[in-house]
Design a protein around this ligand. Sequence first.
Ligand code: MG
Length: 159
Amino acid sequence: MYRTGFGYDLHRLEKGRKLVLGGVEVPGREGLAGHSDGDCLTHAVIDALLGAAGEADIGRHFPDTDPRWKGARSVELLAIVMENLRLAGWRVENVDSVVVAEKPLLAPHIPAMKQALAPVLGVGPEALGIKAKTNEGLGLIGKGRAIACWASALLSRRA
Ligand code: MG
């Protein structure tokens, strides 16, 4: 049995925060605001996985009102989700994603993001797509005020 899932997330950029995307710290002047480390790529991937498994979204699993998740590394949240999916018999076939950020240039960091996320997903790097785009200077993403991410996931389970 196969199930697809789709996830989206957007976080505001703020001065004085570390920029963490796909489990990797990317050097830059601003980072993503959030209760956790603000890693909106990992959050979009989590929502794609949860959606494919028919589960409630990331906010229901890790509420931003819960002090347990304050400053949490999103890769650790992903690991918790993956453990629950495995217990339910799911495995990841592949994940694909798009990060839309005007700056900094993300392409050089994509191999490290794959290295950080693929083992947690239990897939090889070839089964994890990460594509970086700009917003052509348009809108709040184009003005560098936020970063948005989309992700899709394909899960399989014995029927
Ligand atoms: Mg988020």
